[in-house]
Ligand binder design. Structure first.
Ligand code: AFP
Length: 322
């Protein structure tokens, strides 16, 4: 089986970018080990601190963030770092060619129940004229991403990665500690009969979401003439992985719960990397009215409504958000 580095070399990925991807993955291998230790490794439970999102930090959020941040700061090609667990930009090497944003531990609410969790990352070119601690480094659209991926810590540890061409899937081989290529060209089925949304929020949804989801629930008696099933992992990395493997549609729409914060998911280190992986696998990613990848980030932790997955289903869903 082909290993990660020869695969990226065959794709003629820039050598320094390739080395940076390897740096990030070295940290995720350590996280994968710590996750597998569970209570034996004292990684379960929460700290007393809150992050900038107002969420109580889990021990593993802090451990994963520190591991990745330390690895990135040791790489002279990294100019700036943004993380879900860091309030502001972390300055790296002032001459670094790249900037990195990441969600160190997506699905934190699943940690203590041994559920699916993951690390989501994205790499952009640095803006040469800007300082390493300038948040405007990250004011770019998702189309500028040089590479995007996630590592899913589940029964096996899997990497989904794109460097601008195909989306590829790798599996961590624990015998020699390397990621091996297990799917050379991931292709999202165009159509689906499986949707993913937190139904508990349904009474707070705006009319377009209400209407669309009701049509799916009507199944074969409704406009779509087919019965839909539902899945919800409470970890975007798990839901998007399922969709990349067998199709589906994932929604986290805006809702009325908190007018100051109508959307939940973060554009920079959740929506953008997932949108790039999906689009390069033949899927689609929208806010309902705009392509996620066309949005320019204006704040490190800005939130966006998300509708992504099988292209034909996303097109149908968008027809309600006009
Ligand atoms: P955490 O990482 O804070 O658990 O949040 C996970 C997440 O950002 C995303 O991965 C899930 O899709 C979504 O939030 C789950 O939200 P609900 O708690 O509303 O189910």
């Amino acid at each position: 089986m082909q290993r990660l580095i020869p695969t990226l070399r065959k794709d003629q990925v820039d050598l320094e970018l390739l080395m940076l991807i390897r740096t990030i993955l070295a940290a995720t291998k350590e996280i994968s080990f710590r996750v597998s230790q569970g209570a034996l490794g004292d990684v379960l439970g929460s700290t007393l601190d809150e992050n900038i999102q107002g969420e109580q930090q889990k021990k593993l959020d802090v451990i994963a963030n520190q591991l990745i941040k330390n690895m990135l700061l040791s790489d002279a090609n990294v100019r700036s770092i943004a993380s879900e667990e860091e309030d502001d930009v972390v300055a790296g090497d002032p001459d670094g060619r790249f900037i990195v944003a990441f969600d160190p531990l997506d699905g934190s609410s699943n940690i203590d129940i041994n559920g699916q969790i993951g690390t989501i990352f994205t790499i952009y070119p640095a803006k040469p004229s800007l300082a390493a601690n300038d948040p405007a480094q990250f004011h770019q659209t998702g189309r500028s991403q040089l590479a995007a991926g996630y590592v899913l810590y589940g029964p096996s540890t899997m990497l989904m990665l794109t460097t601008g061409k195909e989306t590829r899937c790798f599996t961590l081989d624990r015998t020699h500690g390397g990621f091996l290529l297990t799917n050379d060209k991931v292709a999202v089925p165009e159509k689906t009969a499986e949707f993913s949304i937190n139904m508990a929020n349904s009474r707070f949804w705006f009319e377009p979401t209400q209407t669309y989801i009701n049509i799916l629930l009507e199944g074969e008696e409704g406009e779509r003439n087919k019965r839909y099933n539902m899945r919800w992992n409470a970890a975007m990395v798990g839901d998007i992985h399922r969709i990349l493997v067998r199709g589906g549609i994932f929604l986290y729409p805006s809702d009325k719960r908190d007018p100051a914060k109508p959307a939940k998911l973060r554009l920079l280190y959740e929506a953008n990397p997932m949108a790039m992986l999906l689009e390069n696998a033949g899927g689609a990613a929208s806010t309902g009215t705009e392509n996620i990848l066309d949005l320019e980030t204006s704040d490190l932790h800005q939130r966006v409504p998300v509708i992504m997955g099988s292209a034909e289903e996303v097109e149908f869903a968008k027809s309600f958000y006009k």
